[in-house]
Design a protein around this ligand. Structure first.
Ligand SMILES: [Zn+2]
Length: 508
């Protein structure tokens, strides 16, 4: 036989497609031709696979070898096809009976010495195979536990091409995924560690409950970072679908620890302010790596010292924040990654970041306005909660000393109830899951419009110009979230007043 076919999976963004790998061996000058839109990495596969086959004690067929990856129109990238190509070549040369691999997906990179190495994106690739009914896979041993996260799939593993060849010939066996239970990751920092800071704590609780973005303003020492880091601990655990999606994104980025369980906690990403645009939104050659905003999908993206980010970087985040996804333009066509995050942004009120007053900060009012102004426009426009925090006073610290704040678990319970109430209220509207998703005009019209008496103060501020129309809508959204948190069907005057307080950063 001079023709053989094996199965593998290719990824385009998050979406996996089953790929048929054909090898045809013909008489003629020894050569290897790869076709089916291979990228550079795939071309390098040629030499890698030849060395792997030889170093596994097999004979490299000295014939004219054509390897074709189907469907041809699908862009292919990465090193995950190596194993399928190597086996197809050996089988095409008549060296291997393929019956044991009938209907089996082969995934893995081969090293020059014939070892089989892990590849990025194992989870979404195996999930794609399972979706089309292919439930037997052979994967690199270091990816085996990740592959086994997909329900209903029979995962076998190999550490070398030699082991797979022996198995196919019936002289050896494959490995099973390790069955030791991976330890659950340690819980993130807890809100109980934050002393005082009533306004800041309330701000992130309301933000978590309503799905609102938050801006925390204030001088160093006001606890902005501590609060931001604790936001994920207030959010509900990810359901099965979200957990698979989030874990898949981390797998494609290559940041999933080997043997990590399915990610159940909302992720937290805090890219440094020197972060490049690709590291924030994704990019790179071959299979594009998701950026920080996609790694924070269903969790929290924290931008500390936000005005220090490059203008281009902030601009690049605008579209994903609006649509909940990142679209990357590639040579082989566009592809996208999900990016539905809660943004927490922290900023000092001025460029020198020294405390105000007492001759510490000498920034001019113009310099201060310019500094915060870097965030203005589209980014701040989308942020419902904007609070200005003050450094902890000694009295606050002393009174909280030893007692500690309310722990995250208690707050998270209130958040979960509030989210359930909002989800029930907006259940008739596609895409509205939290109050933050609700367009402003909806809350200004019946049946959701609040009685005039409750919004009198707000309307006065609107008329006097101290509150913008957008700010008005934000206060209404926050008032609903506060009512949800406190178990009221509709906001009362107190809720509206508190909502207005969570806009103390207004007028930036
Ligand atoms: Zn200053």
């Amino acid at each position: 036989m001079s023709y053989a076919k094996t199965l593998s999976v290719g990824l385009v963004g998050m979406t996996g497609h089953v790929v048929e790998v054909e090898a045809d061996l013909a008489n003629g000058l020894p050569a290897v031709v790869l076709s089916g839109l291979p990228d550079t990495a795939l071309n390098e596969a040629r030499d890698r696979i030849r060395a792997a086959i030889v170093n596994s004690g097999q004979k490299w067929p000295s014939r004219r070898i054509t390897v074709n990856l189907l469907p041809a129109a699908l862009p292919k990238s990465g090193t995950g096809f190596d194993l399928a190509i190597a086996v197809a070549v050996l089988a095409g040369a008549g060296e291997l009976p393929l019956a044991p691999l009938d209907g089996v997906i082969l995934l893995g990179e081969v090293g020059l010495d014939g070892t089989v190495r892990p590849v990025r994106g194992m989870l979404p690739m195996v999930a794609a195979a399972a979706r089309v009914g292919i439930v037997r896979v052979v994967v690199p041993v270091d990816n085996a536990r990740e592959a086994a996260l997909v329900p209903g799939v029979r995962v076998r593993a190999t550490d070398s091409l030699h082991r797979l060849v022996s198995y196919v010939r019936g002289t050896g066996s494959l490995l099973d995924p390790p069955d030791d239970r991976p330890e659950a990751p340690a819980a993130g920092p807890d809100l109980a560690d934050v002393a005082g800071q009533a306004l800041g704590r309330r701000a992130i609780e309301v933000a978590a409950a309503g799905g609102h973005h938050v801006a925390l303003l204030g001088p160093p020492g006001a606890g902005k970072t501590m609060l931001a880091e604790r936001m994920p601990s207030l959010l509900p655990e990810l359901d099965d679908e979200a957990a698979l999606e989030v874990t898949a994104l981390h797998s494609i980025a290559g940041v999933l620890a080997p043997g990590a369980p399915l990610l159940r906690r909302p992720p937290f990403q805090a890219p440094h302010h020197t972060a490049t645009v690709p590291s924030l939104v994704g990019g790179g050659s071959g299979l594009a790596r998701p950026g920080a905003i996609s790694l924070a999908h269903r969790g929290v993206l924290f931008l500390d010292e936000a005005p220090e980010y490059q203008a281009r970087a902030l601009e690049a985040l605008r579209q994903p924040l609006e649509t909940g996804r990142v679209v990357l333009h590639r040579s082989g066509g566009g592809m996208e990654y999900p990016a539905r995050v809660q943004l927490v942004l922290a900023a000092n009120p001025c460029p020198c970041a020294k405390p105000a007053g007492d001759n510490y900060c000498e920034c001019t009012p113009l310099a201060r306005r310019r500094y915060i102004g870097r965030l203005s426009g589209p980014l701040l426009d989308r942020i419902d909660v904007q609070v200005t925090l003050t450094p902890l006073r000694a009295a606050e610290l002393m009174s909280a000393d030893g007692v500690g704040g309310e722990p995250s678990a208690v707050v998270a319970e209130r958040v979960a109830k509030a989210r359930a109430a909002a989800a029930a209220r907006w259940s008739g509207h596609d895409g509205w899951r939290t109050n933050a998703d609700v367009p402003g005009p909806v809350l200004r019209t019946p049946p959701w419009r609040l009685p005039p008496g409750q919004t009198a103060k707000l309307r006065h501020r609107l008329d006097s110009g101290s509150l913008s129309a957008r700010g008005f809508d934000r206060v209404l959204r926050l008032a609903w979230t506060i009512a949800d948190l406190d178990g009221r069907d509709r906001p009362d005057t107190g809720d509206v007043d508190e909502a207005a307080e969570l806009r103390t950063g207004d007028g930036l």
